[in-house]
Design a protein around this ligand. Structure first.
Ligand SMILES: Cc1cc2nc3c(=O)[nH]c(=O)nc-3n(C[C@H](O)[C@H](O)[C@H](O)COP(=O)(O)OP(=O)(O)OC[C@H]3O[C@@H](n4cnc5c(N)ncnc54)[C@H](O)[C@@H]3O)c2cc1C
Length: 380
């Protein structure tokens, strides 16, 4: 086998599809026995959408998701601090943002992979470098396989990374996040808007992802690793967000408690390298970022795009150094900016100054930054 991809999340699935398009041999291994229905939404920014277009998936994603062409950063009462129509992005790149249910996205990606190339219920355990130059990949079920190259796409808690770079570490941002999908319809004016409301050290995000489906997230400062008492979760969230716009309470109340997810907001302390020899990390496994810029998935998607392009151009060469060279600067900037944005959103002091700066931020400066973030090299 030429390439073994470990992990069929967004990064692993898009890598497999990009390899498929470019006739690059691969096999994909996923530990879950079947697709995990993650009950939350995801925003796919224009950089991710351009890759999906390249793979012929854009129209389907657009149909199954909801277009977001206005982004509002507001106060808890929904009055805007910063509000932008995404016309300039749409006009230049031809894409806005699409919000979609994660399970819907994963399902449509998975369906496109030839069944003989994907192996569900295969949990990666460890690797061994062989004298032949190949890598032996060992699974939890005591089976093993060999490949020329191993691509670790196994997410933020990557086992491939833990063996490759045992010194790597996860950072807790001090924030925890609840997510849910409510079965309600938003007023017309909010239907194509991505909204994030900043209150007193607390924030709430809202976006429609499909007909009668609204994705929301709630972020607060808290200690890590805490668990919820499911019976009291509605009460707790309603109390925390009591002084927010009434739509917030409505979203929380209309989401069944067993469908509310909780995750601590973490990222990966930046690594010096994402590869060693014939083993390389992509997506969250190599550079997990906090979700404040909605770019973690998009960066995993960009990884897949550039890696497949480099392999296509130099099929018999190890391109991992070129891949890292191509990607590192943009990814590092995002990880850093996202971390800072998260901190700023929860400032205890200086909220007035923060809000003033946001309100008066020159549009041109922001637009230029966004364009840089959303641009990718044209398909080669
Ligand atoms: C609250 C929150 C909101 C977010 N919102 C956005 C957003 O709006 N837009 C955006 O672009 N990004 C967003 N992200 C980030 C995004 O979810 C991740 O960056 C993205 O899922 C990373 O994809 P991945 O394929 O690298 O990893 P994952 O999606 O984590 O996939 C890893 C896969 O590997 C499998 N796996 C794990 N261990 C093994 C093993 N040992 N053997 C085999 N398989 C294994 C897992 O089962 C999984 O299928 C958000 C993240 C969070 C936490």
């Amino acid at each position: 086998m030429k390439h073994a991809i470990v992990g069929a999340g967004i990064g692993g699935l898009i890598t497999a599809l990009a390899f498929e398009k470019n006739n690059i041999a691969y096999q994909l291994f996923e530990k879950a026995p079947k697709l995990n229905e993650v009950g939350a939404g995801i925003w796919l920014a224009p950089n991710a959408l351009q890759v999906l277009e390249y793979l012929g998936l854009f129209e389907e994603v657009k149909r199954k998701g909801n277009t977001i062409d206005q982004i509002t950063l507001g106060k808890s009462d929904l009055s805007p601090l910063y509000d932008t129509r995404q016309n300039y992005v749409k006009d230049t790149l031809e894409y806005a943002t699409i919000a979609i249910h994660r399970a819907e996205l994963q399902k449509l990606l998975l369906e496109k992979i030839p069944p003989e190339k994907i192996h569900m219920g295969k949990e990666f355990n460890s690797f061994e470098r062989l004298d032949t130059g190949k890598v032996k990949i060992k699974f939890a079920d005591n089976t093993a396989t060999e490949a020329d190259f191993l691509i670790g796409a196994d997410g933020i808690h990557s086992k491939v990374r833990k063996q490759l770079f045992p010194e790597s570490s996860i950072r807790y941002s001090g924030q925890t996040c609840w997510r849910g999908v409510a079965a309600i319809e938003l007023d017309k004016e909010y239907k194509n808007r991505g909204i994030e409301l900043w209150g007193d050290q607390i924030r709430f995000g809202i976006s429609k992802i499909a007909k009668n489906k609204v994705y929301w997230f709630a972020v607060v400062l808290d200690a890590p690793h805490l668990k919820d008492n499911k019976d009291r979760i509605h009460q707790k969230l309603l109390r925390l967000y009591a002084d927010f716009h009434p739509i917030v309470g409505e979203l929380i109340s209309s989401t069944p408690v067993d469908k509310i997810l909780r995750n601590d907001i973490i990222d990966l302390k930046p690594l010096d390298n994402w590869y060693n020899g014939s083993i390389c990390l992509i997506g969250d496994a190599g550079h997990a970022t906090t979700p404040n810029m909605g770019q973690g998935g998009a960066q995993a998607i960009e990884d897949a795009y550039y890696l497949s392009d480099l392999i296509k151009k130099q099929p018999n060469t190890n391109v991992f150094n070129l891949f890292q060279e191509k990607r590192k600067e943009k990814v590092s900037t995002i990880v850093q900016q996202s971390w800072t944005t998260g901190k700023m959103a929860h400032w205890k002091y200086g909220q007035g100054l923060r809000n003033f700066l946001l309100k008066n931020m020159p549009k041109k400066v922001l637009e230029k930054k966004m364009m840089k973030l959303y641009q990718i090299d044209k398909p080669m």
